[in-house]
Design a protein around this ligand. Structure first.
Ligand code: FAD
Length: 116
């Protein structure tokens, strides 16, 4: 391990950022107001303009242009984000994640109790 805290490498930044984004989606209102839906959509578009990894953000911008943010509900947003992350996983040759497990992974903990 490194002796001091160091700037985030691309992979670390990605891990923390996905953690934040999936957790954000997992706690988005189940039935958002029009304003909440609109603002979350805005947030994602602005995030895509400033994510501090250029190849990452350029591909992400293209991806969300083709697949616009689904912000009508927590469930829709969580599934949409899982699909976007899977697009990146495929691009990087990583396994795809089973999106039916997104609430266990990011909100409730695994059904076997291993996170309790
Ligand atoms: P990560 O992919 O960081 O995933 C962290 C954890 O999330 C996993 O351990 C798993 O438990 C869970 N998870 C995995 N897939 C999903 C899913 N689909 N839905 C929900 N949870 C899931 N890196 C590049 O090298 N090139 C890029 O172009 C690039 N683009 C990126 C774009 C964005 C918007 C972000 C946020 C990151 C990007 N990254 C990119 C970083 C990359 O996605 C990974 O974060 C990094 O490679 C570290 O991977 P990891 O194997 O630790 O797991």
């Amino acid at each position: 391990s490194k002796p001091k805290d160091c700037p985030l490498a691309k992979d670390e930044l990605g891990r923390y950022t996905w953690g934040f984004l999936h957790t954000l989606a997992a706690h988005f209102p189940r039935q958002p107001t029009e304003t909440e839906s609109y603002r979350m959509c805005k947030f994602i578009n602005i995030f895509a303009q400033f994510y501090p990894c250029e190849p990452c953000r350029l591909d992400f911008q293209d991806d969300i242009k083709e697949n616009p943010p689904q912000t009508k509900s927590r469930e829709a947003l969580s599934q949409w984000l899982c699909e976007r992350h899977n697009t990146v996983n495929v691009k990087l040759g990583k396994p795809e994640f089973d999106c039916s497990k997104v609430n266990e992974r990011w909100r409730d903990g695994w059904l076997d109790g291993s996170c309790d």
